[in-house]
Design a protein around this ligand. Structure first.
Ligand SMILES: Cc1cc2nc3c(=O)[nH]c(=O)nc-3n(C[C@H](O)[C@H](O)[C@H](O)COP(=O)(O)OP(=O)(O)OC[C@H]3O[C@@H](n4cnc5c(N)ncnc54)[C@H](O)[C@@H]3O)c2cc1C
Length: 455
């Protein structure tokens, strides 16, 4: 029987363990903290739970448009109740993952794993002697943690990383957010909806530097409308605490003052103390474990998945890598196995409006000289968006002008993170614009805009 040891129980690790067990492997999962990983404890789940509350509050302020009059929106969020709610969601999810793993016969060990040799994993247990596990295959899914710039010293009170920001003991009166990537803008949306004054330090000329410029502009308009102050083209270089608040100094001389500062400047891989060097596993200069298209390291029976593998840092990608790796270990790749195509991974920014995209972007096609057809419809023309009183945003579809094959697309607007699934399916399955246009969809629905945009 093939024995598999998985180190790290995040979305990558637990999917690898579950799939390997379902394919007949003897699987041990080593997790030092919580099965579900950082994704459940600090990242995806708590942030989206906070955003659900923030979104409801923001919606209540717009309810006048739906005929409620006069509208008294709630003015107080019970942070204790919110903390409890987040904990409950996390433990329910954790419980269901643990139940599934147990039903599949996966042994879960609470402890810290490291490679002793290419075939042996040592597990340090809190109250027991170290345990050694031998393995035919090892999967490293140890994730990442927030990057802390050398000029900042997070204290979890006024200077926060993303792991200390929700829910705060009290709502920050004025939050300075450093970093305008996906995580940074989600926190801006979260706290500005909850009622904090927010200043965002944007090191480039627009927020979301890796997204379509039109998409970024739509979000900036909304942030400005809410009164978020944008420091564009400024890099934070130091943060001081003074007079019960924070002072963030930028390289161009501008100074942002607030009650709290949140650092959202990327992440670093958890690849230290794993015995990688000792076992001969290569890491790159940033500490990410180097992998091939099957997520194999330079030692073919040792795999790395999720954030530690340095590919797209998304839960969904980690989970997909986990499943694929299990299939590779169990020999399924010889059949209908497809490599993970990171270019076809859908992603979303949970702001207001929501932003989601998949596949080829317009700027990317332009840079490579590839001919594309771009079609776009605004939600202002959608019956459902008007009924919902939220006609913000648009759908854009990118296709091959010669074949009609859908290459990519983006959705900006209410429920974009759900709607993009239709475009993602089209991109993954190689569908044509005609397939989207000829799908007879529900009316009135937001998805109709996708079919119209494809036409
Ligand atoms: C604020 C924020 C919000 C996010 N929101 C989203 C989102 O909405 N959607 C999305 O797709 N992605 C989101 N992400 C990204 C997502 O959280 C990560 O991509 C995902 O968690 C990566 O999964 P993973 O399996 O690699 O590792 P993780 O979830 O980081 O889990 C790794 C696990 O390994 C364990 N571990 C580490 N070292 C050891 C060791 N030596 N021994 C035993 N256990 C060990 C850790 O305790 C941890 O439980 C967000 C990120 C952040 C920062």
């Amino acid at each position: 029987m093939t024995s598999v040891v998985v180190i790290g129980g995040g979305p990558g690790g637990n999917q690898a363990a579950s799939r390997a067990a379902s394919l007949g492997a003897r699987v041990t999962l080593v997790e030092r903290d919580v099965v579900g990983g950082a994704a459940h404890l600090w990242d995806c789940i708590p942030s989206k739970a906070m955003i659900a509350t923030a979104g409801a509050l923001s919606f209540s302020r717009r309810m006048g448009g739906l005929g409620f009059s006069p509208v008294a929106s709630p003015s107080y969020v019970d942070y204790e109740a919110l903390r409890h709610r987040i904990k409950e969601i996390t433990s329910r999810l954790q419980g269901s993952v643990e139940e599934l793993l147990a039903s599949q016969g996966v042994r879960v060990i609470r402890g810290e794993g490291r490679l002793l040799s290419p075939q042996t994993v040592a597990v340090s247990l809190p109250d027991n002697p170290e345990e050694e596990l031998s393995a035919d295959a090892v999967v490293i899914g140890t994730g990442s943690r927030p990057r802390v710039p050398d000029w900042a010293n997070p204290d979890g009170i006024r200077v926060l990383t993303t792991r200390e920001a929700y829910p705060p003991p009290d709502l920050p009166e004025h939050l300075v957010v450093v970093g305008s990537g996906v995580t940074g803008v989600e926190f801006v949306h979260m706290f500005s909806s909850l009622g904090s004054k927010v200043t965002l330090i944007v090191s480039r000329q627009h927020v979301l530097p890796h997204k379509d410029a039109e998409v970024a502009a739509a979000l900036e308009d909304e942030l400005l409308r809410r009164g978020v102050q944008l420091f564009k083209g400024a890099r934070a270089v130091s943060v001081d605490q003074a007079g019960g608040g924070v002072v963030v100094n930028c390289d161009d001389g501008r100074v942002a003052r607030g009650s709290h500062v949140l650092l959202a400047v990327g992440s670093v891989p958890n690849s230290e103390h794993l015995g990688l060097e000792q076992a001969g596993v290569k890491v790159d200069k940033w500490g990410y474990v180097t992998v091939n298209q099957h997520c194999q390291t330079n030692l073919p029976h040792i795999y790395a998945i999720g954030d530690v593998s340095g590919k797209l840092p998304l839960s969904s990608v980690a989970a997909m890598q986990g499943r694929k790796v299990a299939e590779h270990i169990m020999g399924l790749h010889t059949r209908e196995h497809r490599h993970i195509d990171y270019d076809k991974a859908a992603s979303a920014v949970f702001t207001e409006p929501e932003i989601a995209d998949v596949g080829l972007a317009e700027a990317e096609a332009f840079a490579s000289g590839r001919k594309i057809r771009v079609t776009k419809v605004p939600f202002g023309a959608s019956a459902r968006a008007l009924i919902n009183d939220d006609p913000r945003g648009f759908v854009k579809i990118i296709s091959d002008p010669a074949t009609g094959v859908v290459l990519g697309g983006c959705v900006v607007g209410s429920q974009a993170s759900e709607l993009i699934s239709v475009v993602a399916l089209a991109v993954t399955a190689g569908l044509k614009v005609a397939d989207l246009v000829e799908s007879c969809l529900v009316h009135p629905s937001l998805a109709e805009a996708i079919a119209e945009a494809a036409d």
